[in-house]
Design a protein around this ligand. Structure first.
Ligand SMILES: O=P(O)(O)O[C@@H]1C[C@H](O)[C@@H](CO)O1
Ligand SMILES: Nc1nc2[nH]cnc2c(=O)[nH]1
Length: 293
């Protein structure tokens, strides 16, 4: 599944491996999640708010990777949120940790095979749009997949129809109904700092150069980050609707002589600052979303 086959990188995720992980988890939890949530950098506190929690360390889950980034606890937490049964990744995997892109999305396939009908991805990002402030939240309207444009995509490799089609449309990657619901809820909660915009994914782990930031802005991106897009692609392949929420944790530097520089501590600090608002927001979304069938 992961690693190398005959000297060539083998990115393919086996359906049977996903099923084995699903079986392992189903045998150990009574929760049957309809909603999957991925917590971004510094946003893992949300998982601690679930009722009737049952948690598993990633290191104990067959076929899972381990989290290596501060601010990503590395636990899969089952429980109830807003009256719904949910599963929450308290910490995610990133390409820059050295994992093949298909491998970092195995957990998404597992959560969907466990029954999730919707995926909420959250992430920390750098603000490119000069109207955005640190602490703003942004509903993801679309993304630019820079690594995808150069051949890093979780769907590359041999394909298995049981996961869904090989050729996945992404013009509707971020469900309009969910985006509208998020905006409606934000208004009700008085969150006047909610924006809607475009996320550009770059592999990291370096933060951007000044010129890269200028380029991203020219391309139409409002924020930039190092995650989420591979997860969204896999969810869409499997027919699951997605809501993406990005927290602007820092401003991208777009002048050559600036003294300040981006750093992960600031990212985590902004996450802590907005944690409670994010938790309230996502709980309300969980309460109000409706699923067919
Ligand atoms: O997991 P996310 O995308 O929230 O984490 C962001 C991107 C990097 O992992 C890290 C940089 O500080 O935060
Ligand atoms: N690429 C990128 N990812 C981030 N995650 C949090 N802040 C940033 C940033 O400035 N750039």
């Amino acid at each position: 599944m992961n690693g190398y086959k005959n000297g060539y990188p083998c990115q393919t995720i086996k359906y049977e491996d996903v099923q084995n992980t699903v079986k392992y988890l189903r045998n150990r939890t009574t929760i049957r999640p309809v909603l999957a949530i991925i917590c971004g950098s510094g946003l893992g506190g949300l998982a601690n708010t679930l009722e009737d929690q049952e948690a598993f360390a990633y290191k104990d889950i067959p076929n899972f990777l381990v989290s290596t980034v501060p601010g990503h606890a590395g636990r899969l937490v089952f429980g109830r949120l807003g009256g719904k049964e949910v599963v929450c990744m308290q910490g995610r995997f990133h390409c820059y940790e050295g994992y093949p892109v298909a491998r970092i999305t195995l957990s998404v396939r597992v959560m969907i095979e466990l029954g999730a009908k919707m995926l909420i991805v959250t992430n920390a990002s750098g603000g490119l749009n000069s109207d955005y402030k640190v602490g703003d939240l942004m509903v993801m309207k679309d993304h630019i997949n820079l690594p995808g444009l150069t051949g890093i995509n979780p769907l590359i490799g041999s394909t298995d129809d049981r996961f869904g089609p090989r050729f996945v449309p992404l013009s509707d990657a971020y469900n309009k109904k969910y985006r509208d619901l998020a905006k409606e809820i934000a208004q009700e909660l008085g969150m006047d700092y909610l924006k809607e915009g475009i996320y550009v994914f770059q592999s990291g782990p370096c933060f951007e150069t000044v010129t890269e930031c200028c380029l991203f802005r020219m391309l139409g991106a409002d924020v930039t980050g190092m995650s989420s897009v591979p997860e969204v692609i896999v969810a869409r392949q499997m027919g699951v609707d997605v809501l993406g929420i990005s927290l602007v944790t820092n401003k991208c530097i777009r002048t050559y002589d600036a003294v300040e520089v981006a750093n992960h501590e600031e990212v985590l600090e902004t996450g802590r600052m907005r944690a409670k608002d994010m938790e309230r927001f996502v709980a309300k979304i969980a309460e109000r979303v409706e699923f067919k069938g």
